[in-house]
Ligand binder design. Structure first.
Ligand code: ZN
Ligand code: ZN
Length: 412
């Protein structure tokens, strides 16, 4: 591969707040992470607001920003990326939903939102509803993992500003989806289609052989599909169009894979990369190195730190950061002198709040001719005052492409 290359390594939810159990240090400050520190010492550092100061970022919106797409324009909901991530054809103007196979009784009261955590047979159930025609709209449905799936509505004049039909609680009846603004006829049409789709899914699924077999075994039938998270598929430039380089993604979660697929990046499957704390993240590192053979850019998302944050488990988070540090060391040892590494997080997931916060995250750029600053350690507070001071997620690709000499000049 000609030219300079770049890796953006996003440690999901790695940043944190001071934890009393860790003596007032953050998990990153408490972790033994010599490689990250070396990268910071040899790099140009700073703090980053993934979206903007104080904004609590989701992983999806943050990854869009880090890839240089304004999330306020490109993000309309999780549905389109979810659908793209499982290999569905999603076109501009489609309205897409995330879905659950669920269980209802004959009065349409929810008995289980995950259909007894169904694991098998959902491909047959999906085939029974896929391609359904309602008015002038075609409903494409595909199963994902376990009880999950995605729905893509394709037809003229659809909107996505609709309320969920899923009551999100067992024992409640299915709600009627409505347009949030009653005068929004496009969204009203989507709501009408969705309400019919849900009822038809029940009619088509309730007596299916898969469900008869489940009931015979005393399991919850997956007898209805409940969509949520509507989004209009946005029109975005592909990654290759935008940057004139081929991008690959080494990621563990369907959501981030969906974003990468949507942007036309090559998603590289890594056996053993399971998104958990025991994920084979070293194999992900090796996959990055290999991907650099035929891609100029590789995005990697390692999920575990976010999991530990949501679990409120400071010890687990420290240990996982130490595992990531081994991957960072391996990357630094194995990439050529032509490769940049940007090491960051997509948001903080503080163990004290068990959810994403709007705190800043550390960022370090490492590679040929970066203007090394005085930062000595890679953590939330040590990077303050580094050469990049305080940047936003949408700045990362600008900073990298100017280092890589691939950016067009603005002006004469
Ligand atoms: Zn995240
Ligand atoms: Zn999270």
């Amino acid at each position: 591969m000609e030219g300079l290359k770049a890796i953006v390594l996003i440690c999901d939810g790695m940043a944190d707040r001071p934890v009393s159990q860790l003596g007032g240090r953050t998990p990153l400050e408490a972790a033994n992470k010599v490689n990250m520190n070396t990268l910071a010492q040899q790099g140009e550092c700073g703090v980053m607001d993934p979206i903007a100061p104080g904004i609590r970022a989701g992983s999806d919106t943050s990854h869009l920003a880090i890839l240089g797409y304004d999330p306020f324009k490109a993000y309309t909901g999780r549905g389109p990326f979810e659908a793209a991530g499982i290999g569905m054809d999603v076109r501009k103007g489609d309205v897409a939903f995330r879905c659950n196979f669920s269980t209802v009784d004959s009065d349409m009261i929810i008995r289980d939102r995950r259909a007894g955590r169904i694991e098998t047979g959902t491909d047959q159930l999906a085939a029974a509803v896929n391609g359904m025609q309602i008015e002038d709209v075609t409903c494409y449905f595909k199963e994902s993992v376990a009880h999950r799936g995605a729905l893509v509505l394709r037809g003229p004049g659809l909107g996505a500003e609709v309320t969920d039909a899923d009551p999100h609680e067992v024992g409640l009846g299915i709600l009627e989806s409505r347009a949030i603004d009653p005068s929004d006829t496009a969204s009203a049409k989507t709501a009408r289609i969705i309400n019919q789709f849900i009822l038809k899914s029940y009619e088509l699924l309730k007596d299916s052989p898969v469900n008869k077999a489940r009931e015979a075994e005393g399991k919850m039938p997956a007898n209805i599909i409940l969509p949520r998270g509507a989004g209009v598929a946005p029109h975005v430039e592909s990654f290759e169009e935008k940057y004139s380089m081929k991008g690959a993604a080494v990621v563990e979660t369907g959501l981030i894979a969906g974003i990468a697929v949507y942007l036309g990046m090559d998603v590289i499957e890594v056996p053993g990369a399971n998104g958990g704390l025991d994920s084979d993240i070293m194999a992900m590192g090796q996959a990055i190195i290999k991907a650099l053979d035929d891609h100029q850019f590789v995005l990697c998302n390692i999920k575990g730190g976010d999991i530990a944050g949501h679990d409120g488990d400071a010890e687990a988070k420290v240990k996982f950061i130490e595992r990531i540090d081994q991957v960072v060391g391996m990357l630094m040892d194995n990439v050529g002198k032509d490769t940049y590494i940007a090491l960051t997080a997509d948001h903080a997931t503080p163990v004290s709040i068990k959810d994403h916060s709007g705190d800043t995250v550390p960022i370090a750029f490492w590679g040929p001719d970066v203007r090394v600053d005085s930062v000595q350690a890679y953590d939330e507070r040590s990077v303050v005052g580094g050469g990049h001071l305080r940047i936003r997620g949408t700045d990362i690709m600008n900073i990298l492409t100017q280092l890589m000499n691939t950016q067009h000049k603005f002006g004469a």
